[in-house]
Design a protein around this ligand. Structure first.
Ligand SMILES: Cc1cc2nc3c(=O)[nH]c(=O)nc-3n(C[C@H](O)[C@H](O)[C@H](O)COP(=O)(O)OP(=O)(O)OC[C@H]3O[C@@H](n4cnc5c(N)ncnc54)[C@H](O)[C@@H]3O)c2cc1C
Length: 402
């Protein structure tokens, strides 16, 4: 019998399983398709500074701590597996396209400075000196020296290997229900009817975490899926198009281009309230290409190698839910929204501390799964954290309120 069952093997479940197993516990991850959720779609930005949002200042400390945890986590994972997880501390450049975009970037700069974040203002010329492929139309820029990147698919590959080597059992089943008696959790039932017993169960099923049967109402995390579409572009000769992550505001919409070492660029992302729909649409693809080409015109020559959509697990207040639920023995670790890659190592540390009866890092307190904001049902608040779009009047959200 496992000491701990992780329900879901995305970045959050796998990172938590690896750390918990390394702390000496017997861990099973149950997932029909480990690494197949939002984590596979994510661009891999580790962006506590350029993701900062008005009204969500309370999680800046968590996001900064999460970013600072990454270098050691990446090094440990690479040492354990020999897999390069693509952690690249190259910073992020944020640019504005037209005059209104430049004004919004200037506002963001003032807000980031007010929060004490490390950010530097540069001219369009400076930005082009750093990234020569940028359009001459690009105006003001910001350099966020602490916003780095990683390759999420490489991290998933490494975590699956690290988990296996650390003795984690990977059970490719779907969990149908959480099993509990009058007092506490006793395990889970899989779709084939088998009961897997454990007195500690961690719910790490991403956007699906609220859909599993058997959860008492006061322990069900109010997460909903927030769809995001991304594109992969590639220079046919494998030459790098950009060196750093470039984010932009283009005619009131936000866009990012995240480079990979093999010459690919990941361009994203839409934010759509479409339930559990992962269709790739022509409209989102066209918008992403138009906006990306406005700041990096050379992308027109690149090969379009992949289009994909994923579902961000999103709570009513856009902050994650990490900690013991009201059902004894059931822990929640989900709701990571736009920052699940950034938050994976620090979440894994918190889960490991908690299952061992220890106190987690106090910065995790903002993610209390029993906070009042999560007492509402997941469908009662549908304003996704808009990231850079918060600065402007219209955005890429196609389904939610403004
Ligand atoms: C387009 C897009 C771009 C993004 N870019 C970034 C970024 O640049 N930086 C960043 O930090 N974050 C980013 N994110 C957010 C990030 O991807 C998520 O927050 C993170 O991947 C969530 O991880 P997870 O492990 O909780 O969920 P997931 O990766 O979705 O994994 C959940 C797992 O649970 C499994 N599962 C579901 N139901 C069951 C069940 N009943 N039984 C067993 N298993 C089950 C699924 O198969 C899946 O493997 C992005 C997301 C999207 C969609």
């Amino acid at each position: 019998m496992a000491d701990v069952l992780m329900v879901g093997g995305g970045l959050i479940g796998l990172a938590s399983a690896w750390q918990t197993a390394r702390a000496g516990l017997a861990v099973t991850v149950i997932d029909p398709d480990p690494g197949g959720g939002a984590s596979r779609v994510a661009a891999g930005m580790l962006a506590p500074v350029t993701e900062v949002v008005y009204g969500e200042q309370d999680r800046v400390a968590l996001n900064i701590a999460a970013a600072r945890r990454w270098p050691a986590f990446a090094a440990e994972l690479e040492r354990a597996t020999g897999i390069d997880v693509g952690y690249r501390p190259t910073g992020t450049l944020l640019v504005g396209f037209d005059q209104d975009d430049a004004a919004a970037v200037a506002d963001l700069y003032a807000f980031q400075k007010e929060l004490g974040l490390e950010v530097q203002r540069v001219t369009g010329v400076d930005a082009r000196t750093q990234e020569p492929m940028l359009s001459p139309r690009v105006r003001i820029g910001l350099i966020a020296g602490e916003d780095h990147r990683v390759e999420p698919r490489a991290v998933l590959r490494a975590l699956i290997r690290a988990c296996t080597d650390a003795g984690v059992e990977l059970d490719r089943s779907r969990v149908a229900s959480i099993e509990h008696d009058d007092e506490r959790v006793v395990g889970v039932r899989t779709e084939d009817g088998e009961v897997r017993r454990a007195d500690r169960v961690v719910l790490t099923a991403g956007a699906w975490s609220g859909t599993i049967d058997g959860l008492p109402d006061d322990a069900r995390p109010p997460v909903r899926p927030l769809k995001g579409q991304v594109l992969h572009l590639r220079d046919p000769g494998g030459r790098p198009v950009l060196h750093t992550t470039v984010r932009g505001l283009v005619r009131h919409r936000s866009i990012y281009l995240v480079p990979r070492d093999d010459g690919r660029l990941v361009v994203g992302a839409s934010q759509e309230e479409r339930g559990f729909d992962t269709t790739v649409t022509a409209g989102a693809t066209r918008e992403l290409l138009d906006d990306a080409a406005a700041i990096v015109p050379g992308i027109d020559e690149l090969e379009l190698t992949e289009t994909i959509a994923g579902l961000r697990p999103t709570t009513p207040d856009n902050a994650p839910a990490i900690g013991w639920s009201r059902l004894p023995g059931l822990m929640i670790a989900t709701g990571h929204h736009r920052n699940g890659v950034l938050l994976a190592p620090i979440t894994a540390d918190a889960v490991t501390a908690l299952v061992n009866g220890k106190d987690p890092d106090p910065v995790i307190a903002v993610a209390d799964p029993n906070r009042p904001a999560l007492a509402t049902r997941s469908d009662q608040r549908t304003v996704p954290s808009p990231g850079l779009d918060a600065l402007i009047s219209s955005n890429r959200n196609t389904g939610g309120p403004p």
